[in-house]
Design a protein around this ligand. Structure first.
Ligand SMILES: [Zn+2]
Length: 141
């Protein structure tokens, strides 16, 4: 980036860093996160790229990168720059069957952790748990 890009000296308007579009003055341009929001970025600027490039990158590489880091964010509970919880990981394999890992790191079984089977006049309930404390939590079912 040189002085021309910054609009200094000859009073040219700043231009997009990706294309020759001049950036509108003031708040006429969409803010661009300096570090991706999904990576915790909070700072933004209006003098980096034009709204068209911002939109194209937002629905392209930014979206792909956001999806790629989603599982790491969920595992480590990393909020976005605007404070949102990470998206849940759905249908992740585990020792008790498929689970959803919520944005705050809480695992939730997708299926009920028990099966009920009728055997003659009796009912059989089989629990699939990893500990006695987990079994104790299931009393609400
Ligand atoms: Zn542009």
């Amino acid at each position: 980036m040189n002085a021309e890009h910054l609009g200094q000296g000859d009073k040219k308007r700043p231009v997009c860093i990706f294309c020759p579009t001049e950036l509108p003055p003031g708040k006429g341009n969409k803010p661009e996160h300096i570090l991706l929001n999904a990576l915790g970025g909070r700072k933004s600027t209006r003098v980096a790229d034009c709204s068209k490039c911002n939109s194209e990158f937002g629905s392209g590489i930014d979206s792909t990168l956001t999806d790629e880091v989603a599982s790491f964010r969920a595992v480590f509970g990393l909020r976005s720059g605007d404070g949102e919880l990470p998206p849940a990981i759905r249908n992740a394999p585990s020792s008790v069957g498929p689970i959803n890992l919520l944005g705050d790191g809480t695992p939730k079984q997708r299926n009920k952790p028990f099966t009920v089977e009728a055997i003659d006049d009796q009912m059989s309930v089989k629990f699939q748990v990893s500990s006695l404390s987990e079994l104790a939590r299931l009393r609400t079912y």
